[in-house]
Design a protein around this ligand. Structure first.
Ligand SMILES: Nc1ncnc2c1ncn2[C@@H]1O[C@H](COP(=O)(O)OP(=O)(O)O)[C@@H](O)[C@H]1O
Ligand SMILES: [Mg+2]
Length: 428
């Protein structure tokens, strides 16, 4: 049986969507991880977690790329590997390196490394003449250089780590004390959730105005195929927490084309030549501006929205590309019987305070609504922080609609009917 190597994974939605796509493709996988105990054994319904349903779980120090390549070679000697995948951003460069070392299909590793480092992305886009926000970097431990960087960028600005995701530690700052506070918080997070030492550098960027979107694409042999544009609602404590998405984005065809052109130019500029890509942009007063380029399928269930509306399963496309196959073959097999919704939206429930969830009221009515395709919420007793980033959700629902702009308002209405009570509130 054709055999893939999965190098680590997210634990959330993509942690099940990607193994499901591997199974749909009729191939098996070995799961390579440094800590099997990081991953759940089972799904909430008690069935084995899809990450555990592979051919084997092999333990190796994946935080050391050379050790990961060696482990991959050993696995390959036993059962030839036909492709390499990961859903976890922190291991995208390592997966690309393994593919290159074993002579397997995959992106040019340097393009992936640039995409996974927000300051390198900015530098490359500048060099290629792609307009972006004013930006500067500074060591998190050097307050003089931090001050100078903030002066170069001007206020309001955005403080952001170069190597994290899910909006972690991304903050707006309108003055120097706020920059210093945000950077002090970042300094306290020197090792990420996977035990990797973080970059000691912080990126400051001009705050871009305008609505935010993402462009979902896949690339093979350097040819970029864009599936569509997703829109994004933002909120939470930082104002940058993703509170919802709709596919397709509600925007005029001209703006859509502008966003797609900008995303594809940026993807080429950073040298991404293979794989699925999720590019985030804002449509500012001065035109489209790249926020970041992720060399993997979109998270936050966006791939499910796209599947509802188009039938295209981007995790499956990622699997096909990892195997060196042409995803167009799978896409062309899709049949449209006219029954698909014309829009799909996900709306997240964001905690308004920190504490222990006593009860979420109104879930049954949401789950039973005919437009709700799926919903998932935290159980009673869940400890929540305030809604500081995309890891803070109390749950979400996916809503579909026959109207091309209908899904988001309905999703917002349904989620706003849910109320949360807390059994304990801690000051934060
Ligand atoms: N320069 C900027 N101007 C305005 N908003 C920004 C800027 N940079 C980031 N953001 C906001 O912060 C969010 C998270 O930043 P992003 O660069 O996407 O990091 P992450 O990898 O954590 O998602 C973005 O989706 C956007 O809403
Ligand atoms: Mg982002």
């Amino acid at each position: 049986m054709t055999h893939l190597l999965m190098v680590e994974s997210w634990v959330g939605a993509m942690g099940t969507l990607l193994p499901r796509a591997v199974a749909d493709a009729g191939v098996e996988f070995t799961f390579l991880t440094r800590r099997p105990e990081h991953y759940p054994e089972s799904l909430p319904d008690g069935s084995p977690h899809p990450l555990r349903r592979g051919r084997a779980v092999v333990t190796a120090e994946t935080n050391n790329p050379d050790a990961a390549v060696d482990a991959a070679r050993r696995i390959d000697a036993e059962a030839p590997i036909a492709g390499v995948l990961t859903s976890c951003d922190y291991y995208l460069p390592t997966a690309a390196r393994i593919a290159r070392a074993l002579g397997l299909p995959g992106p040019e590793p340097e393009g992936v490394e640039i995409a996974c480092d927000k300051s390198r992305t900015r530098a490359r886009l500048d060099r290629m003449g792609i307009p972006g926000p004013r930006h500067a970097t500074a060591p998190v431990a050097d307050l003089n250089r931090l001050r100078a960087a903030a002066e170069t960028v001007g206020y309001p600005l955005v403080v952001k780590p170069t190597d994290l995701c899910a909006g972690m530690f991304v903050r707006r700052a309108d003055d120097l004390p706020t920059v210093e506070d945000a950077v002090a918080e970042l300094r306290g997070f020197a090792v990420n959730a996977r035990g990797q030492h973080r970059s000691p550098v912080v990126l400051l960027e001009e705050l871009l105005d305008g609505q935010e979107f993402s462009v979902e694409s896949w690339i093979r042999h350097g040819d970029i195929h864009t599936v569509g544009v997703t829109d994004k609602s933002l909120g939470g404590v930082s104002g940058f927490v993703e509170t919802g998405h709709m596919f397709p984005a509600d925007l005029p065809a001209g703006d859509r084309a502008v966003l797609v052109t900008a995303a594809e130019a940026a993807i080429s500029a950073i040298g991404l030549d293979h794989g699925v890509v999720h590019t985030e942009l804002r449509l500012t007063t001065f035109g489209p501006r790249i926020i970041e380029i992720n060399p993997r399928p979109a998270g936050n269930q966006i791939t499910e929205l796209i599947k509802h509306v188009t039938g295209i399963d981007l995790p499956r496309v990622a699997v096909e590309l990892a195997l060196g196959r042409d995803p167009a073959a799978v896409i062309s097999e899709l049949e449209d019987d006219g029954a698909r919704p014309r829009s799909a939206a996900v709306r997240m429930l964001i905690p308004e305070e920190s504490g222990i969830v006593a009860e979420l009221h109104g879930l049954d009515a949401v789950a039973a609504h005919p437009a709700v395709a799926s919903s998932v919420f935290k159980a009673t007793g869940h400890h929540t922080g305030a809604g500081v980033d995309n890891n803070s959700y109390l749950g979400s629902a996916i809503v579909v609609s026959p109207d091309v702009t209908g899904a988001r308002p309905l999703a917002e209405e349904l989620l706003s009917s849910i109320s949360v009570t807390y059994s304990e509130v801690s000051a934060r």
